[in-house]
Design a protein around this ligand. Structure first.
Ligand code: BGC
Length: 434
């Protein structure tokens, strides 16, 4: 563990001046770990910093065009201390698809429940305008050979019902196991959006499996879901009793526990690393240190991440955690999704890293992943990083429900934002620019 606390040579004035401007300068690590010793214990927001210059992190929903996926670089580079924290959607999507394909190959005996030579699956889609959801739909279709190209990418549109294999947005795939060929068919897929507009809606997924199973239940051999919230709803409503494996995403604790009862598997998006990064980039900007502090470079408390758990893309100003497949083979290691990641679990010294106030919103207070995994993790890390965070829960449908509660940005030192719709970054940045 590196100790740099000995060389407190930066004067208070200089510390204050450096405070919010140094972090994004890339190489500016020198004044770093020495800064901020003067105002320990103070929690009031720095009144001399304009809101538009305060550190800002987008997380979980990357500012981007919801139709094309193109990144909103204006939002991602709103100021020098703006970043996005999420996970590598393509790497995770590929893992999810491969996990399902591997399962089919390893468990082919008895998997084709009605013996018609077709491995049928249904797919629960979270949000057709969310790049994470789109990537997962593509990942499953790619691995199972059911994807159809559209504009150079795999089509991610829902097909509705496709029991006869005639839908244009997918095709029948083929898989050969033990010398025998099987057709793989996406029997049905649907965006799980409720009538009020909430996406990734678990209850809608539970209803959908009810409808699908009552008309073509014996054809369903596998369930794939863009996340565990919807996957568990389908598992509990139908597939557990039928012993039909369901595959989700997120590694929420309840889904991991369900693997012992026949849930097929899930993907950990390393929320423990993401929650840390979300708050850590703010902490670093507030301390005026290099953004890599406590991330790729060990901090004064010994916190550091290894490069097998995240990547940083400087052009996109984005940190992406890496995903891990969680199956019957390894689920015992993932039973508590709210447990902080040990290599970054050391408490920062409050003298050197004074308490600061952060405004943070969760776009949908009832989203399974965000409420049962991500927010509890944030709440574990905020204390370690000496951040006093106000958690605002949205209704998952309207941006204004959240932006209305950002009426007093001057009271905060930094902001962490989880948008309802990825196109809507300007609804927030305009409030910070006033
Ligand atoms: C998670 C979903 C969640 C969504 C919310 C995704 O990364 O996998 O479970 O509903 O984020 O934006």
């Amino acid at each position: 563990m590196k100790k740099k606390m000995g060389k407190k040579i930066v004067s208070l004035t200089l510390t204050a001046m450096l405070g919010l401007s140094l972090a994004a300068c890339g190489g500016g690590g020198s004044a770093s770990d020495d800064a901020g010793s003067g105002d320990s214990g103070e929690t009031a927001a720095s009144s001399d910093v304009a809101n538009k210059d305060k550190p800002l992190v987008w997380f979980n929903r990357q500012p981007s065009n919801s139709s094309t996926g193109e990144l909103d670089m204006a939002a991602l580079s709103f100021n020098d201390n703006t970043y996005y924290v999420g996970f590598d959607a393509n790497q995770g999507a590929e893992l999810q698809g491969t996990m399902i394909k591997d399962y089919i190959e390893a468990n082919i005996d008895g998997l084709d429940r009605n013996g018609d030579g077709v491995i049928g699956y249904v797919l629960a889609i979270g949000d057709i305008g969310h790049n994470d959801s789109i990537a997962r739909t593509r990942g499953v279709r790619k691995a199972l050979g059911t994807g159809v190209e559209k504009d150079g990418e795999i089509n991610s549109e829902p097909v509705g019902t496709n029991t006869d294999g005639s839908a244009a947005a997918v095709q029948d795939g083929e898989i050969e196991v033990g010398g025998k060929k099987y057709v793989v068919r996406e029997l049905a897929s649907q965006e799980m959006k409720n009538s009020a507009g909430a996406t990734w809606d678990a209850a809608t997924a539970g209803n959908a499996i009810g409808t699908w199973s009552s008309s073509f239940g014996e054809e369903i051999d596998i369930i794939a879901s863009n996340n565990d919230g919807m996957g568990m709803s389908m598992f509990n409503a139908w597939s557990k009793d039928q012993e039909v494996p369901t595959f989700g995403y997120d590694a929420n604790s309840d889904a991991v526990a369900a693997i012992a009862e026949g849930y097929g598997g899930t993907i950990s998006q390393h929320a423990d690393v993401q929650a840390y990064l979300t708050l850590r980039v703010l902490r670093n900007a507030l301390d005026g240190v290099d953004v890599d502090t406590g991330i790729g470079t060990e901090d004064d408390a010994g916190n550091v991440l290894s490069d097998d758990v995240y990547v940083y893309n400087a052009d996109e100003r984005s940190y992406y955690a890496l995903n891990v497949a969680v199956t019957a083979d390894n689920y015992q290691d993932f039973t508590d999704s709210t447990k902080i990641y040990e290599p970054v679990s050391a408490q920062l010294d409050e003298g050197a890293h004074a308490s600061k106030k952060v405004w943070l919103n969760i776009y949908n207070a009832s989203d399974n992943f965000l409420s049962s995994t991500y927010q509890p993790l944030l709440q574990n890390y905020d204390k370690l990083l000496n951040l006093e965070v106000d958690y605002i829960g949205g209704d998952g449908q309207t941006e204004s429900n959240i932006t209305n509660r950002l009426g007093n940005p001057g009271e905060y030192d930094a902001f962490a934002i989880n948008m309802v719709k990825t196109d809507n970054a300007a609804s927030y940045t305009s409030l910070l620019s006033q």
